[in-house]
Every structure is written in structure tokens, then in C-alpha cells.
Ligand binder design. Structure first.
Ligand code: BEZ
Ligand code: FE
Length: 293
């Protein structure tokens, strides 16, 4: 099709507006209205970025080459697109839109790329370590309840964290698979209890395109020390969250923007043992108004 304003003539007029309209119009026969809605926005916003930033052929080629490298980096154990989504704040924005919040409900945060599926179920009080680590022990006790504080029995509490060497088992062939991961069930009072070690801060994988982008933006790749939780129960929305250690130097600059004040914990010594007690609130699946961003 012919352009009325074929090139940037410096007049400030929108360049080639009919192209954008044409791309969007040609989706009119799509059988998927939601896809059409989203793709129309994607097309119009990207076209607008290209116009506004005066993107050159060379810059667009570099962007394509960057995304190609990100794709090639992906494997069973590496998800570069999750990292890009996380470091650009997109994961936390989607979470803010899709998570049901409110009184009595826990806040959520990013899943990250290292959830490895449901792990062995352990009894209350068992350790999630499969080998010894030179690290301070930690006892993690908590309760899972609904928004009104009524206990949820038999909720599945899945947890995972890195070893003191800053790596998850799936990143480190020297760790036994399933090390520092486990699943627990809440009892009739909604409580769970497991033993672990103090988590450490660690860099997200930064030897690929996401790491190069972080460096180009002048940012560090570190996440503050945390333990991941995924808590599910029939009839309730699954909660994906972490607990972060108070005092960590990266709390204010998490590489993936995942920290929320309500998720920061301070272990207390109980009988000489670092102990955390934390209660989680799950949203009833029927109460699902959208959170305000
Ligand atoms: C994590 O906490 O496991 C994580 C989250 C986002 C990116 C990389 C790692
Ligand atoms: Fe993590």
C-alpha cells in the first residue's frame, strides 16, 4: 500500500498512519476477540514506539538479533524470556493486575524461572535439605487461612530456595535434585512447619541477553535473600509469593522488583533457633474482583 507520509519529514506528522490501521483492520476476521484486542494494542503501541524513537534499520536489526539470542538461550532449565519479563517489571505488573488483594489476604510476587514442579511431600517439621550445608538453620512455621482468618486444612505449601552457593538445585549439577525444595500439608488448624537454612541473596542468571540488558541499563542482577512459596487449596486462588529476609542489602533494589513490605520477615531466636512465624491468607475463588494497579 502507498504511504502518504513515507518518511520522517521532520514535520511532526504521524509517519505512515494508514499502515497501522491496515495491520489492525486485517485482524477483523479473527475468531478470537481477546487475541484481536491484545494484538491491536501491541501493534499500535509498537508502531508508536518506532515512530516516536525514530528507530533506524540498524537498531531494529539489533533488537531482532537480541530476541533471537534470547530464544536460543532457552532450554529445559533456562527461560530467558521470564528473566526479561522480570527485569523489565512486566511480571510484577501482570501480578498486580491479576492478583486478588484485600484485607486478610497475602501479597504475591513473581514466580521466577526456578519452580520445578511439585516436590516430595514431607511431614511437619522435616527438613527440605537433602545434604548438609554450612549455614545457619531456620525453622519456618506458619498458618494458612482464608480472608476471615478461618484455617484452611490440607492446603499444599510448596517451598524452594537456593543453596548458600547462590544456586538452585536445577542450576547446579553438584546438588541433589530436590535439594532445598519440598511440599507440606497444613493440619486442621491450618498450620505448617519445616526446617531449612537461612536464605542468601543471589544474582539471577546474567550470562545471556537479560544480563547484557541489565548491564546496559547500569543495573545489578541481585535478588535479596528469600524463600519461595506456592500455596494452593481447592476453592482458593493459588498464592505465589516469597518471604524476604529483613536487612538484606538488595531489598530496595531487587533486580525483578518483587519486594513488598508485607513479605519482609525478621527471624527471632526461639529456644536458640532462628524462627519465622508467618500467616498466609488465601482468596476464595469466588471473591475475585481485580486488584487496583
Ligand atoms: C527467583 O527468585 O528464583 C527468580 C525470580 C526472577 C528471576 C530469576 C530468579
Ligand atoms: Fe528465588
Amino acid at each position: 500500500m502507498k504511504s502518504t507520509v513515507a518518511a520522517n519529514d521532520g514535520s511532526g506528522a504521524a509517519i505512515f498512519p494508514e499502515l497501522t490501521r491496515d495491520v489492525i483492520d486485517r485482524m477483523r476476521d479473527s475468531a478470537n476477540p481477546r487475541l484481536r484486542e491484545i494484538l491491536s494494542l501491541v501493534v499500535s503501541h509498537i508502531h508508536e514506539i518506532v515512530r516516536e524513537a525514530n528507530i533506524t534499520q540498524d537498531e531494529w536489526w539489533r533488537a531482532i538479533e537480541f530476541l533471537t539470542r534470547a530464544g536460543k538461550m532457552c532450554s529445559e532449565s533456562r527461560q530467558e524470556f521470564i528473566l526479561l519479563s522480570d527485569i523489565l517489571g512486566i511480571s510484577m505488573l501482570v501480578d498486580a493486575i491479576d492478583h486478588v488483594g484485600g484485607p486478610g489476604l497475602s501479597e504475591s510476587t513473581v514466580l521466577g524461572p526456578f519452580y520445578a514442579g511439585q516436590q516430595r511431600e514431607l511431614a511437619a517439621g522435616e527438613s527440605i535439605l537433602l545434604r548438609e550445608e554450612e549455614s545457619d538453620p531456620l525453622e519456618m512455621r506458619g498458618r494458612v487461612a482464608d480472608s476471615r482468618g478461618r484455617p484452611i486444612e490440607n492446603a499444599l505449601v510448596e517451598v524452594w530456595q537456593t543453596a548458600p552457593n547462590q544456586l538452585y538445585d536445577v542450576q547446579d549439577k553438584d546438588q541433589p535434585g530436590g535439594h532445598l525444595r519440598g511440599s507440606f500439608r497444613t493440619d486442621g488448624a491450618g498450620t505448617f512447619f519445616f526446617r531449612t537454612i537461612m536464605p542468601v541473596s543471589y544474582p539471577i542468571p546474567n550470562d545471556g541477553p537479560a544480563g547484557q540488558l541489565l548491564a546496559a541499563m547500569g543495573r545489578h542482577p541481585f535478588r535479596p535473600a528469600h524463600i519461595h512459596f506456592m500455596i494452593s487449596a481447592p476453592g482458593y486462588r493459588t498464592l505465589v509469593t516469597h518471604l524476604f529476609l529483613d536487612g538484606d542489602r538488595y531489598l530496595a533494589s531487587d533486580a525483578v522488583f518483587g519486594v513488598k513490605p508485607s513479605l519482609v520477615i525478621r527471624p527471632r531466636p526461639i529456644d536458640g533457633m532462628n524462627t519465622v512465624e508467618y500467616d498466609f491468607g488465601l482468596a476464595d475463588q469466588r471473591e475475585s474482583p481485580r486488584a487496583q494497579v
